[in-house]
Design a binder for this molecule. Structure first.
Ligand code: PAF
Length: 278
């Protein structure tokens, strides 16, 4: 039986006697198979599973994007129940950002390129809310989707630097049969845009295959991704990247692990995806 709690105090009380270890799955709701895979992993590894549902206003640049973000709490709670989640924390804004709230957690270099450059302030919002969640839940483990690869890196850096005791665990991206990575934003795609969206994954696969055939030039892999994306009329490219998997600096020559990533707009909807080359 899933228990839904709303305040910081209720959450603390609920977790006081909970069996350890505790697994945390932070979400912004509109749950899909990707979130289910995180919950299943937590259920396997932890004695108590906590899902948080909070559309975090501080990580959205434009108010319109925040307002447009899809929400359906009743459906989300039913999904948590079907995954045997123990606690759902679905707080109002002032239980997360308490009156007088005046702290920002700002991660440095790893938060600057890619999504950080495209969405100023985004990672400050993410790091701040995740620091609050880590503090409140005190989980042994927290699970995040590898689809947001830079987010995982930012949160890992923050947890290490601030000595937060929660271990950050990245879980594989879950995809539709045609390769499109699951995302709450996919719901905004028109039928035509939805049909075009798997081009993100095709571009990554094409670049990976070039790399597997021995291509070591970062620019050649970026060009390959741009070439595949250009085949899709509805795709407006925000960025393509072939970067060092530890620092995220763009690579001329690939020697170690590298992260291929891209951000593409379909009308007003912006999608991201990535592929790690070990
Ligand atoms: O990935 C998300 O859904 C959000 O960025 C997170 C980690 C829940 C923080 O609001």
């Amino acid at each position: 039986m899933t228990r839904v709690v709303r305040t910081r105090a209720e959450l603390r009380e609920a977790l006081a006697g909970a069996p350890r270890p505790v697994g945390l799955v932070p979400t912004m709701g509109w749950l899909h198979e990707g979130h289910r895979s995180l919950m299943k992993r937590a259920r396997r590894e932890d004695a108590t599973t906590v899902v948080t549902i909070f559309v975090n206003p501080r990580q959205f640049g434009e108010v319109a994007d925040f307002t447009r973000y899809p929400r359906n709490e009743a459906r989300d709670i039913a999904i948590c129940e079907s995954e045997s989640v123990d606690f759902v924390w679905a707080p109002p804004v002032d239980e997360v950002y308490v009156p007088g709230f005046d702290t920002v957690v700002s991660v440095g270099r790893v938060a600057m390129p890619l999504e950080g450059a495209a969405r100023p302030g985004h990672f400050d919002g993410v790091a701040t809310v995740v620091a609050i969640l880590f503090g409140l839940v005190g989980a042994e483990h927290a699970y995040f989707g590898q689809k947001d690869a830079q987010q995982v890196m930012v949160i890992r850096r923050m947890a290490l630097d601030l000595a937060l005791p929660t271990e950050v665990i990245a879980c594989p991206t879950v995809r539709e049969a045609d390769g499109l990575a699951l995302s709450s934003r996919n719901v905004h795609l028109s039928a035509e845009e939805r049909a075009a969206a798997p081009v993100l994954h095709r571009a990554l696969v094409a670049a990976r295959s070039r790399s597997e055939s021995g291509e070591r030039s970062g620019e050649a892999l970026r060009t390959e991704m741009r070439r595949v994306l250009a085949e899709e009329r509805l795709a407006n490219v925000d960025y393509v990247s072939c970067a060092d998997a530890l620092t995220l600096s763009e690579l001329d020559h690939i020697v170690g692990p590298c992260l291929l990533s891209l951000a593409v707009r379909f009308g007003p909807t912006r999608l991201i995806d990535n592929e790690l080359l070990e």
